[in-house]
Design a protein around this ligand. Sequence first.
Ligand code: PHE
Length: 361
Amino acid sequence: MNSSDWEKALEKVAHEVSSENFSAALTEEDLESLRIRFLGRKAPLTELLKSIKELSLEERRLLAPKAQQIKSQLEAQIEARALEIEKLRFDAELKTQSLDLTLPPLLPLRGRSHPLTKMQDQMAHILGLMGFSWAEGPLIEDDEHNFTALNIPEHHSARDMQDTFYVEGGQVLRTHTSPVQIRAMRKQKPPLRIICPGRVFRHEAVDATHSAAFHQVEGLYVDQNVTFADLKGTLEEFLKALFGPQIKVRFRPSYFPFTEPSAEVDLSCLFCSGTGLASDGRPCGICKKTGFIEILGAGMVHPNVFKAVGYNPEIWSGFAFGIGIERVAMLKWRIKDIRNFYSNDIRFLAQFEDTELPLLA
Ligand code: PHE
């Protein structure tokens, strides 16, 4: 093809392009066939661009930009129309679909922490304000940490206080959080103030108030000249922050191998306000007419325990306590059956809204 024929052919293409009504393409398919017609492999413009090599260099310099310009213009037109077509389709869709803004929304289900976690956090919060820091230990313990170092020697009848799950190889599922006392003291030098919240296991028959797996918060305070008065003051403040300033706290002598002296601590009954009588005048069924409910075990750390961890009992003294999380939660929230905590019934679990964390007086 000579250059004047080539130029004429290009003009013909230009004319065709300019007389084409791109707005007549109403769908993506319409537009695609236009694209194939003008820019496809067999389109006149494509053929022309291919045959441009046959022209001389000078002719090419003159004509190639014209052809390129037509091509770019075509591409721009097609793209612009594609956007218009999309908008047309969207507008049509909006006309057929409608949104009812008066429908009630689907409320998202909000997760919350388990009541036992809430109670544990409340207890840790109060003790944290008193300067106790959080410590943890393993659920599968060795005999040494769970018993021997806590002044419960092998074959001693005190082992019967806690019915134990034994694991193969002589290990046990920890029967209390007290082994964490041993771990903490072996790791840190005194003075020390720790709590250990966690799960414990006892070989118990399950009923409304017993579970084979439950939770405790252990506390341990070691320093010079710690006395039973410190123990009493700390626990009284702790229990008042937890249950309210109106409660009375009572200490009764008791026995634990790892504390001496030992005490069991009672709380004035929350159900009859310590009167021993229900509102109908009959004996209170919760405290059995005594006006008090047992809430925790405590005592001064036994010298043998200090010896087992390498603390000198002539220099250091301390107190320890252990309190059941389920028991506190049941008393505070008046839950009658401990099994509610483990049944994963959302109707039960959803009743415990986040309450404000108590502060010390
Ligand atoms: N470990 C005891 C128990 O589980 C509770 C306790 C802890 C008593 C610390 C005294 C001191 O029964």
